[in-house]
Design a protein around this ligand. Structure first.
Ligand SMILES: [Zn+2]
Length: 328
């Protein structure tokens, strides 16, 4: 029942020796979503041991090179290793033409189908849904059209109390109805669903927000999301530069996290002008204590039981992330 995020690139604009441009993989119950695909993402996938054959969905937030230049190489490599399964790509409409133009000299037709899903939502809208999960795209504010993504598990079925199965001699078809919230009848009496079941564990959620000017526009949509990855390209001392380039500061990301009452904030998309990400972490924590500055290779594991902590795996170390207690 995994819900797990791997950071493949946590830097902005220019790749550096220890920080690649934006890309990350979210695994929700073995559905692998690649979110953005900066140059060199396929190397990062190999380095951090995520098989790119698992990836069936790629979401591209916007058409700045540090978020999508790796897509062409990745698709080419997928073809070279014999992929035949369809690949779903979500991105700004112009990306379709770019893909066709760049890939055509090598492949008259890629050996696997590419299903392109244009993003043009002017307000939050579901772009992907299956029986366990929805993905909602929402517009952010940047120099070009850009979307954030909210991943949300669907509410789980109610948990049946096993003692009641024998007590009321409940049949297998009835169990399914009860898990969906139904009452049953015995000896002309209604046995309420509350008596037969326990509340299910709450659904897990994740939101990706980059690149964007600081904005409260989607505060309600993202209220009480478990974890948000928010860009923090600059420190607050460079607020005018952040405004000019339509980016956010580490302090503003902290304010957004506090106001949305999330459990934990992960910041990234750091400008290479700063040498140490701990500066971002310190600044965000002045607004919201439960903040971590991402590093390439970080793995964040959601607990199955929401009362427990998130785990962060960083290199050979592993520890629990502090959780906003107001959201437990
Ligand atoms: Zn950008």
């Amino acid at each position: 029942m995994r819900f797990e995020l791997t950071i493949l690139g946590s830097g902005s604009a220019l790749p550096t020796s220890n920080r690649n441009t934006t890309a990350q993989v979210l695994n929700v119950l073995e559905r692998f979503f690649l979110i953005d695909c900066g140059e060199g993402t396929q190397h990062q996938l190999r380095k951090f041991k995520v098989s790119f054959n698992h990836i069936n969905h790629i979401l591209i937030s916007h058409l700045h090179g540090d978020h999508f230049f790796g897509l062409f190489g990745l698709i080419s490599s997928m073809a070279l290793v014999g992929r035949d399964r369809a690949l779903n790509i979500f991105g700004p409409p112009e990306l379709k033409h770019l893909l066709q133009t760049v890939l055509k000299p090598q492949f008259e037709k890629t050996p696997f189908p590419i299903n392109f899903h244009p993003l043009n939502q002017q307000s939050p809208d579901v772009i992907y849904e299956d029986k366990v999960l929805t993905v909602t795209a929402f517009p952010l504010k940047h120099t070009v059209p850009v979307w954030g993504f909210l991943f949300k598990e669907k509410p789980r079925l109610r948990k049946i109390n096993p003692v009641k199965i024998s007590e009321y001699n409940i049949s297998i078809p009835e169990i399914q109805y009860i898990k969906n919230g139904a009452h049953i009848e015995r000896n002309n009496q209604i046995i309420s669903n509350e008596e037969l079941t326990h509340d299910p564990l709450p659904p897990r959620s994740y939101a990706f927000m980059t690149d964007t000017l600081f904005s409260r526009q989607h505060r309600d949509l993202l209220m009480k999301t478990d974890l948000i990855y928010h860009e923090a390209t600059f420190l607050h001392e460079n607020i005018s530069l952040a405004r000019k380039t339509t980016h956010t500061t580490a302090r503003q990301a902290g304010i957004f996290a506090r106001e949305t009452q999330i459990k934990h904030l992960l910041t990234g998309h750091f400008s290479p002008r700063y040498k140490n990400e701990s500066l971002f972490e310190t600044e965000s924590r002045e607004e919201f204590k439960y903040a971590t500055a991402a590093r390439d290779g970080d793995i964040i594991i959601w607990p199955y039981n929401q009362q427990k902590a998130f785990q962060l795996i960083r290199g050979n170390d592993q520890w629990e992330l502090l959780i906003n207690p107001f959201q437990k």
